[in-house]
Ligand binder design. Structure first.
Ligand code: CO
Length: 144
């Protein structure tokens, strides 16, 4: 057990809960009308094959996520599982340190090193097979 690494991993906030949808505009309209949600950000992330909208919920977000093409991992997810919760993003101080800490704890990392996420964040994904079926994203905010 590495106590030095463990201390680096502090969960600051739920950064976002990501929900996979087939029709992004329809989903955004529904969240605006039914929940009074407001759009904080919209971005196409070509590398991940997704377009996302962040709806502000206090200091966190709900992220509506749709594939940009048939070969997108989210397209495969929708085909296999249908619409619904896709992953949970946890906000951390230091994504690289969080990766090390989780690796020490036996987690299976999808990203061995931090990589760029949307809106200037730094992120890494943890495989659902080591986290009881939920895809986890570690999110470090852009330094302000
Ligand atoms: Co995410």
């Amino acid at each position: 057990m590495s106590d030095t690494h463990r201390r680096e991993l502090e969960l600051l906030e739920i950064d976002h809960v990501a929900i996979a949808v087939r029709d992004l505009d329809a989903a955004v309209s529904w969240y605006e009308q039914a929940l009074g949600a407001t759009v904080a950000h919209r971005e196409r992330v070509e590398g991940d094959g997704v377009e996302e909208v962040l709806l502000r919920v206090a200091d966190s977000y709900v992220q509506l996520l749709t594939p940009t093409g048939e070969d997108s991992p989210v397209a495969r997810y929708l085909a296999r599982r249908g619409e619904g919760i896709h992953h949970v993003g946890y906000r951390v101080n230091d994504c690289a340190a969080a990766i090390e800490s989780m690796r020490d704890a036996g987690a299976t990392l999808i990203d061995d090193v931090p990589r760029p996420g949307s809106r200037g964040t730094t992120v890494a994904f943890v495989h659902p097979r080591s986290s009881f079926g939920t895809l986890i994203e570690l999110v470090q905010e852009a330094s302000r």
